[in-house]
Write a protein that binds this ligand. Structure first.
Ligand SMILES: *[C@@H]1O[C@H](CO)[C@@H](O)[C@H](O)[C@H]1NC(C)=O
Ligand SMILES: *[C@@H]1O[C@H](CO)[C@@H](O)[C@H](O)[C@H]1NC(C)=O
Length: 446
């Protein structure tokens, strides 16, 4: 994913100068890295210059999406009674959704589900402009939404952002469902370290081949909260939710943050129990099983995943203590939901979902399994790769698909960036960055 290194609110020149100075005493590899940061920041500067100054929006009522709008939008969605599989006579499919897309949590698979649902039902997405995230890691502001004008209403917000409830809530009718997904913070940390470490300068001076383990032996030796992009390496969930990620697990602000989130999030999915999560989602939103069919997108090749020993798992857990507390809280509420839904009923629905997914897999996917990027024939299905790596897997679509499934197969297999393009989002900045990443920096970092 294209993660910009700093928001427009912080001056890229400062960063430029900082890295300019460091360049004088660095090795060849590090110099290329600096060039990368320089180029990124030049792009950032360009981007800031092409965008009109962000207007500070007041919190007044007129800015906010009125409730009447929600009712109008609902008219556009097919009633359950007209759908192929009516689920219930009383509920109407929810169309107003805020999906807080966390990093490295299977959220790319979730976003594909949301794109498909929104497209099928002519819903209005709030999209970013020129890139695939809302100026992450800057806090979310409505002005980051493409063509936003105060009072505008949307159905779905689902791109990466640093969460800011007060701003997001202006975009959506009051009945919107707020949803997110969490993952075991140890695995999330491992994944984030792998994916982003080249973009976090403080990792460049970690010695040895296994930087992750070296880091975990003594994190404070390398980490500093002020360091550039350091949030990728500590309590990334807390950071994504707009909370302070540099607190210890026993800090009172951790529980305050968790209470704030439980109050405003209507459903918290858990990626370790992805199918159960989707069943809860389906019932919460009154959707059909068709709506939640999926292929696992953006998964990583097994050989690139660092297996942590129990000792280092414990260290990673302690290091990400705030996220661990958050995860445990919502894991418990998740299972309480499953309990009240009914274990047996859940098992049946999960089996049904698995069966339907396997059916789609047999229909759509050549060879039935994900493959490495170099073996993907059609660039429409090539996933985005981290800097200097090609560890993210994708799919080949079968050639001889029954025409009635062809479009669905294509959509289920399309990665986020390409799908955003298909939905009409300009991604010039993301593409420029992708070009720099793939042409200038294709060498092995280790
Ligand atoms: C409903 O869908 C139609 C297209 O089918 C679209 O033109 C219209 O703007 C939609 N209505 C709303 C309120 O979004
Ligand atoms: C999440 O909850 C389930 C069910 O109670 C439990 O088996 C599992 O160990 C929990 N996971 C964590 C990491 O606490």
């Amino acid at each position: 994913m294209f993660q910009k290194q700093a928001g427009c609110s912080c001056c890229p020149l400062q960063v430029l100068i900082m890295f300019g100075i460091n360049a004088l005493k660095c090795t060849h590899g590090v110099r290329r890295m600096i060039l990368l940061v320089l180029l990124t920041n030049i792009m950032l500067l360009l981007y800031c210059l092409t965008k009109p100054n962000q207007v500070k929006m007041s919190g007044s009522q007129e800015d906010t999406c009125p409730h009447s709008m929600a009712k109008i939008l609902k008219e556009n969605v097919t009633r359950p009674s007209q759908r192929s599989k009516p689920k219930s006579d009383e509920c109407h499919p929810a169309v107003n959704i805020m999906f807080m897309k966390t990093h490295k949590t299977a959220s790319s698979t979730m976003i594909n589900i949301l794109f498909r649902f929104g497209e099928k039902n002519n819903l209005k997405f709030a999209f970013p402009d020129g890139r695939n995230d809302f100026l992450y890691p800057s806090p979310f502001q409505c002005s980051q939404v493409k063509n936003y004008r105060p009072g505008d209403c949307f159905n779905i917000v689902c791109n990466h952002m640093r969460f800011e409830l007060r701003e997001v809530s202006k975009l959506l009718p009051p009945d919107a469902a707020y949803i997110t997904i969490l993952r075991d913070p140890v695995d999330l940390f491992e994944s984030s370290f792998h994916y982003y470490h080249t973009a976090v300068p403080l990792t460049w001076r970690i010695p040895g081949k296994n930087k992750l383990v070296e880091f975990l032996k003594n994190p404070p030796a390398f980490y500093s909260p002020e360091a550039y992009n350091s949030f990728y390496l500590k309590n990334l969930l807390f950071f994504d939710f707009g909370l302070d990620n540099n607190v210890e697990a026993n800090d009172p602000s951790v529980m305050r943050g968790i209470h704030f989130l439980s109050k405003h999030l209507h459903l918290v999915l858990i990626s370790e129990y992805f199918e159960e999560s989707l069943i809860l989602l389906k019932h919460k939103l009154c959707w059909s099983t068709e709506d939640i069919l999926y292929f696992k997108l953006n998964s990583r090749k097994r050989s690139s995943v660092s297996k942590l020993s129990p000792e280092f798992r414990a260290k990673a857990l302690e290091w990400n203590g705030a996220d661990w507390t958050l995860y445990q809280h919502f894991n418990a509420t998740f299972w309480a939901r499953v309990e009240s839904f009914g274990r047996e009923r859940m098992k049946q629905e999960v089996d049904e979902l698995r069966r339907r997914n396997a059916e789609m897999q047999a229909i759509c996917i050549e060879g039935g399994n994900p493959v490495e990027a170099k073996n993907i024939q059609d660039s429409r299905f090539l996933p985005w790769q981290p800097v200097g790596e090609s560890s993210i897997l994708g799919y080949n679509m079968k050639n001889d698909i029954d025409p009635k499934f062809r479009t669905l197969c294509e959509k289920m297999l399309t990665p986020e960036i390409q799908y955003l393009s298909d939905l009409g989002v300009s991604l010039w900045l993301t593409r420029l960055w992708g070009w720099v990443k793939d042409t200038v920096f294709t060498f092995n970092w280790n």
